[in-house]
Each structure stands twice: as structure tokens, then as C-alpha cells.
Design a protein around this ligand. Structure first.
Ligand code: G6P
Length: 623
């Protein structure tokens, strides 16, 4: 985890580094720090807690240094204390390093370096790196060469940025399994764990690949591999603009991102659906750019994901099975990687990760690829990635990708990227179903027409219901526990509603299939434990209402997310959140919106940091 930034150029570095860290704070916020080189010395300032603590310290210091590195931490090794905050330095304080990742062999290295006389000041794995570089710098060599030798001794996943008091114009960076990108300016160069920190300065960006390091000076950028060979690489131009990473008048990024969802649905449909297609037609209704061999002989699909992406995958399973008739299994990536199911033939493996950087998901996909490589043709790997970041590490692992078109998401709790993942699954299932002839063209047209109405329907919920949900949320500000129930395609939405609430409000919440309530969770119910039931019209509507009644009989306050004009629902529920009536298959995209708003307003009412909830980070790049 963690965010790293670096700058070398002609402007004062401190302000640029701080602004960059602000854009990366979603990656971790246990502590922050920056180091610069000025008049032959390294100046390092660090602070425990959020970035504003560091900013306060820096306000008191005048520092015109034109080179520096910065870090915002999500603690792995060592408590979130100032002495464990990055940057870390060698004994003589001539080399400073920031790192994102985990150095797995740090214990051995630390022992060796201590024997050589290096003095350690923190509990972190990172601190071995500046000592190691300093050790190599004792021999006549270049700064770049010393860093190259050091990274070759490191095991694990890491991205680093390094400066030295003795090389005041050089910023050296290296990447092995953790993201790192370079921004190209005029006579100034930037590096960052993620592009939002670069976009305010430049849109010319080069993403480093695993096993690469780079030397950044005010004169330019040189890229090398870990063997020391110089590589020729060119930046690409990002389509983002700086406004996309601002709050644009919203109190929190999460609320802004909830409001962006109609636009996201439109963007996905524009990208995935062939508007010229009308049944009966010989052309394809969906264009995902997948090769022909994906379709005819597919026997199984397995999906690996974490967190909210796992919930989207559960909806995906329902769609792939119901529309395309393909048996589909969804597993947590962290479980799959250590207990993979037996190999099955003609199997598509889908990795779903909005960031494209989640360590468990990447490792599960890599493992799957490796174990299938030596197998007969029908077992060969077929990997598809569904991600919001085509430039992520996932792209190097999966041979095919579906871009989810949500635009950068800053709020740690995923909202618009979830909706976008759902859209990708709707279109993938329609594509597979149409080509395998498990659904007829008229049904495809009907579903597409329903999907096209969703943006206006989401807008209606936001317009009409937000105010009410806000008021409702206020009455739950002191509630200690919630249960969410749903059935069928809305069971994953119950899980997602509960996850959103616990992530940002710290209220204990569980999602259950409504029919399971009576097999245990019902014991938790009383007047202090409200139950949110997703009761959308369709095959399981009556069943959910009955399950909700069971909760009501135990004195729970009942909140129903249900379709408008539903007289019987009004009798069952204490609080009604009416949403537009859509067909059951499409209902998750509608039913999740009030749950996102409910979680948001409860957390905001409790005065919590909605965009940066405690202990969480946007993407978890460690195991
Ligand atoms: C973290 C985030 C979650 C997210 C999960 C998976 O835990 O806090 O919000 O759902 O990672 O992230 P991914 O980028 O793989 O979708």
C-alpha cells in the first residue's frame, strides 16, 4: 500500500510533493513525510497521522529545494508512529528512500547491514534500502548503479524513490510489482504511485514496468532494466483532466462519485453496445473486443476478486449463468490463490479489480496462468481482466481486458466503479448469451432497452430520494448494528450495502440472503437492530417480504428498498425508499444507489472521514 511521489526540476519541490501526496492520500494515511536535498544536506520532515499534520509542520519551514520525495503510509511493518514514517535514511543521512510494498527479505538484510555497522532507527522493512544503497555507494560507482545493485538484493513487491545529498540533481526510482509512473514536464519530472498526482502537472505519463528503474534529472529521464540495460520508452498522453480529480462542490468525493453514476452507465453503454444493432440482425449487439475463441467452447467461468469487486462478480455470476448458461464460480482472490479448484477444461478466468493493482487478485491470476501453461490445449489459460485502469499491472497479466469507463475514483469506498463493473458483466453475459444462442435477439433488445433507461432512473433516485435518505440516516447515527437482506440477484447488493456501511460509518453490518435470516442471524434482532430489505419486484419479491415480516415480528425497524407504488410494501416496512420499477434482472443497478446514499449520510452525520475511512486503503497492493 502507501503512496509515493517524487520531483526534480526548477520549482520548489515541497509544495509539489505535498499536493501530490494529497492526491494519493486515499492509498494510506497513517503517517506522511517528505525529504528534499538542499545545500548538500537531506532535509526530512515526517508526521504521524494524516497529511495535514505534515503540512502544519512544513508551513513553519522555508525550503526552496528543487528535488524531493514524499510518502503517505498505510502501515504494514511497524506501528504508525513518526519514527516509522517514510522517508527513511541511511546511518550518515546521505540517502533517503520512500517505498510502497513489502521487502520480504528485510530481516536477513537488516542483520547483515547491522553487522556492517549500519544503525537502524525504525521497525520498518523499508529502512534496509537506504542502508543498502549507502553500502553500495561506498565503492566508486554512480548513484543509479548503487540503487540498481540494491534493488537486485531485494525480494518482494516494491516501488521506491530515492534521493541522495551527494547527487543533488538525481531522483532514482524502481519498480517491482508495485505501481509507479513518471510524469514528463518541461525541464521537470515527476513520479507517483498513481496518475492523479501527476495530472495537475502533465498528461505525458510513462508507467514503469516490473524490473525497471529510472534516473530522473532536470535534463530528462533514462530508463533501465534491473540488469542495467538502457531501454527506449516513450510517454503516452492521458485523457484525464485535472478537474476530474477535484470535488467540484461536493462535500466528499464519495458523494460526487455517487452522483456520477448516471454518466458512468451512459459511458459504459456507449463503449459496449452497438447502437446500430436491431433484431433480427446479423451483426453483434455488443462490442467488447474479445476474440472469437472466447465464445463457442466455453464450458466454465471462474472469477476472482476482492471487496466490492467480489460483490460485482456475484451479480456477474448470476448474469453469466442465467443469460449465457455457463456455470460460473466466484472466489475471493486471497482464498483462490492458496486453494485453487481442480483444473477444468475450456475455462475462462476473469479477474475483477477496479484498481488493477490488488495484490491478491493479481497473484491469483498469475498462479492460474502458470499452472495452466504446461497443460494440454483445452486447459490452456484464458484470462480476462475487468478493470477501471487499463494502465495497471493487471494489463500485463490478463491477455484481454474490459475497461469499465468509470473515470478515476478517489473515495476509498467504491461506488461508481461498482456500477461500471456491473455494466461490464451485463454486456459480457449478453455477448456470450447472444453468440451461444442461449438468449434470443428480442430478449437482448429488451434488456438493452432497460439498460438504456437506467441513467435517467438513477438520476430520479438521486433527485427525489437523497433528501429523504439523508433525514432517515440521521435517525440511525447512533445505531450499533444493521442487517441487510436480499435474494437472488439482489443478495450481492445486500452484501454491498452492508460493506459500504461498515467501511465508512464503522457500524457493524452484515448482509444475508433473506432466506438465511431464520438460520442464525435472526437471533441478533431486536428493536435496536434495524433490517434493510431489498424487495424489488420479481420472482423473489413475495419471499423477501415474508422474510422482512419475520424481522418485524422481532421488533426490528424495517427499511425497505422497493419499487414505487407498492401498497403492500408500505404496510410491511416502517421506512420505505421507493425506487423506479425495473425488471428484476436489472434491479441491482437501481437498488444499490439508496444503500450507497444511506451509508454515506450515516457516516457524514457521524462526522467521519468518509473519503478516507480508518484502516482502509483504496487499493491493497500487499497480501
Ligand atoms: C480495498 C478497498 C475496497 C475494494 C478492494 C478491492 O479493500 O478498500 O473498496 O473493493 O480493495 O479493490 P479492487 O481495486 O481490486 O477492486
Amino acid at each position: 500500500m502507501c503512496g509515493i511521489v517524487g520531483y526534480v526540476g526548477t520549482q520548489a519541490a515541497t509544495g509539489i510533493l505535498l499536493a501530490g501526496l494529497e492526491k494519493l492520500e486515499y492509498r494510506g494515511y497513517d503517517s506522511a513525510g517528505i525529504a528534499t536535498v538542499l545545500e548538500g544536506e537531506i532535509h526530512c520532515v515526517r508526521a504521524k497521522g494524516k497529511l495535514h499534520n505534515l503540512r502544519e509542520k512544513l508551513e513553519r519551514i522555508e525550503n526552496p529545494a528543487q528535488i524531493g520525495i514524499g510518502h503517505t503510509r498505510w502501515a504494514t511493518h511497524g506501528k504508525p508512529e513518526e519514527y516509522n514514517a517514510h522517508p527513511h535514511m541511511d546511518t550518515a543521512m546521505r540517502v533517503a528512500v520512500v517505498q510502497n510494498g513489502i521487502i520480504e527479505n528485510y530481516r536477513e538484510l537488516r542483520t547483515e547491514l547491522k553487522q556492517l555497522g549500519h544503525e537502524f532507527r525504525s521497525d520498518t522493512d523499508t529502512e534496509v534500502i537506504p542502508h543498502l544503497i549507502a553500502e553500495f555507494l561506498q565503492n566508486p560507482t554512480s548513484f543509479l548503479e548503487a540503487v540498481r545493485q540494491a534493488v537486485n538484493k531485494l525480494k518482494g513487491a516494491f516501488a521506491i524513490a530515492v534521493i541522495s545529498a551527494d547527487y543533488p540533481d538525481e531522483l532514482i526510482i524502481a519498480r517491482q510489482q508495485a505501481p509507479l509512473a513518471i510524469g514528463f514536464g518541461q525541464g521537470e519530472f515527476f513520479c507517483a504511485s498513481d496518475t492523479p498526482a501527476l495530472v495537475p502537472h502533465t498528461r505525458a505519463v510513462l508507467t514503469l514496468e516490473n524490473g525497471e528503474l529510472a534516473r530522473l534529472t532536470p535534463l530528462g529521464v533514462e530508463i533501465y532494466n534491473f540488469a542495467g540495460d538502457r531501454l527506449k520508452k516513450h510517454p503516452r498522453t492521458l485523457s484525464w483532466n485535472p478537474v476530474m480529480i477535484e470535488k467540484q462542490g461536493f462535500r466528499h468525493f464519495m458523494l460526487k462519485e455517487i452522483y456520477e453514476q448516471p454518466r458512468v452507465v451512459r459511458a459504459c453503454l456507449e463503449a459496449y453496445v452497438n447502437d446500430d444493432w436491431h433484431p433480427p440482425a446479423s451483426s453483434q449487439p455488443i462490442r467488447l473486443g474479445l476474440p472469437g475463441e472466447f465464445y463457442p467452447d466455453l464450458a466454465q467461468i471462474q472469477i476472482v476478486a476482492c471487496g466490492t469487486s467480489w460483490h460485482a462478480s456475484l451479480v456477474g455470476k448470476y448474469l453469466l449463468e442465467q443469460l449465457a448458461g455457463i456455470p460460473t464460480r466466484v472466489q475471493y482472490a486471497s482464498e483462490f490463490r492458496y486453494a485453487p479448484p481442480p483444473l477444468t477444461a475450456n475455462t475462462l478466468t476473469i479477474g475483477v479489480t477496479q484498481s488493477g493493482e490488488t495484490a491478491d487478485t493479481l497473484a491469483a491470476l498469475t498462479m492460474e496462468k502458470q499452472r495452466r501453461c504446461d497443460q494440454p490445449p483445452q486447459y490452456q489459460p484464458r484470462l480476462l481482466g475487468i478493470t477501471n485502469r487499463l494502465d495497471s499491472t493487471l494489463a500485463g497479466i490478463a491477455e484481454h481486458m474490459i475497461d469499465t469507463h468509470a473515470g478515476i475514483e478517489i473515495g476509498v469506498a467504491a461506488t461508481k466503479t461498482f456500477i461500471a463493473q456491473l455494466l461490464a458483466f451485463y454486456c459480457l453475459a449478453l455477448d456470450l448469451g447472444y453468440r451461444r444462442q442461449t438468449i434470443c435477439p428480442n430478449r437482448v433488445a429488451e434488456i438493452l432497452s432497460g439498460l438504456r433507461q437506467l441513467p435517467a432512473e438513477i438520476e430520479m433516485i438521486l433527485e427525489i430520494q437523497e433528501r429523504y435518505i439523508q433525514e432517515l440516516a440521521h435517525s440511525f447515527a447512533d445505531t450499533q448494528a444493521f442487517i441487510f437482506i436480499g435474494r437472488g440477484i439482489n443478495f450481492p447488493i445486500a452484501l454491498e450495502g452492508a460493506l459500504k456501511l461498515k467501511e465508512i460509518s464503522y457500524i457493524h453490518a452484515e448482509g444475508y440472503p433473506a432466506g438465511e435470516l431464520k438460520h442464525g442471524p435472526i437471533a441478533l434482532l431486536d428493536s435496536k437492530v434495524p433490517v434493510v430489505a431489498i424487495a424489488m419486484p420479481g420472482s423473489v419479491y413475495e419471499k423477501v417480504l415474508s422474510n422482512a415480516q419475520e424481522a418485524k415480528a422481532r421488533d426490528s425497524r424495517l427499511i425497505g428498498v422497493t419499487s414505487m407504488n407498492n401498497p403492500e410494501a408500505a404496510e410491511v416496512f416502517d421506512e420505505l425508499i421507493p425506487v423506479p420499477t425495473v425488471e428484476e434482472l436489472l434491479s441491482p443497478i437501481i437498488s444499490v444507489i439508496p444503500l450507497q446514499l444511506l451509508a454515506y449520510h450515516i457516516a457524514a452525520r457521524r462526522g467521519l472521514d468518509v473519503d478516507q475511512p480508518r484502516n482502509l486503503a483504496k487499493s491493497v497492493t500487499v497480501e
